[in-house]
Design a binder for this molecule. Sequence first.
Ligand SMILES: Cc1ncc(COP(=O)(O)O)c(C=O)c1O
Length: 444
Amino acid sequence: MTSSQPPQQARPNSEPGRQNLDPHIDRYAARTAGMTASEIRALFAVASRPEVVSLAGGMPNLAALPLESLSHQMAEIVAQDGLTALQYGSAQGIPTLREQICEVMAMEGITAHPDDVVVTVGSQMGLDMVTRLFCDPGDVVIAEGPSYVGALGSFAAYQAQVVHVAMDDDGLVPDNLREALSRAREQGRRVKCLYTIPNFHNPAGVTLSPERRAEIVEICAEHDVLIIEDNPYGLLGFDGQTYPSLRSMAPENVVYLGSFSKTFASGLRVGWVLAPHAVREKLVLAAESATLCPPTLNQLVVSKYLATHDWKGQIKTFRENYRERRDAMLSALEQHMPAGCTWTRPEGGFYVWVTVPEGVDTKAMLPRAVTARVAYASGTGFYADGFGSRQMRLSYCYPTPERIREGVRRLAGVLESEMELMRTFGSVTTRTVSGPQFPSPDTA
Ligand SMILES: Cc1ncc(COP(=O)(O)O)c(C=O)c1O
């Protein structure tokens, strides 16, 4: 039979074998096909019950903030400067705050001009803008494997293809990066950027060694690949140590993303991009089309906080709190985890990356863990290509040390019974493949 009907386009959002009840299904742009909710989001309602110890979330522990004096300051801003604070502002951000951001970055060896700083609604917006500026559909972004779930979401949204490069305890391995770049070139694929989290990696917990930094900067320059350096945790080294930023080594080839989410208050949604001077203009245009301007009130709150509080002392307090929690997690892992499990030992930041024995599938195990009143983020969400089924991310940032110890004890029990079943029946789970996901507050 011949037909004059146009060929049917594959629906970007329909899942085979599943009736889709969304009446807008044929309207979505093709790029939405890669948008799926993070797996923990489905379990979030259960996982956030008070009896469940959540080691899944990346929420900063804000209990140490001086709330009373902050509330006075906020009231003061509105009373004294309300007509500015509640008005639109510049797309690039308030000049005084941009100057202060340069002082914050100086703590990690970055010399920057406030003109090259663009204030964003969290560094997540920076990721979105940078991807929008640099990635056409099909362009390759190289990222560590595993990588930050929110970055993978941005890359998927712009249909960039992620190629993961393996890390070891010293972070991204330069030889693996070289290999990935050569392979992409042989395949005729265009590599646009390297996306990297050099300090206290989310989710892997490792830090790029100082020796490797210069080498990675050099490799990227040789291959004409832009570096996106994402650094929300750099000031949260437990011994107060900081590392030379990639940006300080190659100002013209690094777009640097910073944030006040982990060092002050994530709910204010204030981050920034420090761009090579030539990129700044386009970045401001992208920011303008995304939000017109970042929230003026929130910027003033951050600016006043930096001007009047002992913010370095506050970061020290955060570091001490997180160090205590990290210690609690590492000692509980040591005490309870079954033989065959391994994990990273972070020197800062929020996360431990755990590898479980062959045959255990952390995504399939998650509902059983939640039933046992503990939640974690399974590894598959941190890869764009379905890897990570033997990994999980444990966050120690939010729960108390007692809850962390109890959570790890419960998790170890779930793993023991999973492994016992495996010994009895062989593998108890089927391997699941997932793509990039979009973060919820519980997986960020
Ligand atoms: C590596 C990394 N980049 C970016 C973000 C987003 O942070 P923000 O709150 O500044 O948007 C996070 C949040 O967890 C993160 O871990």
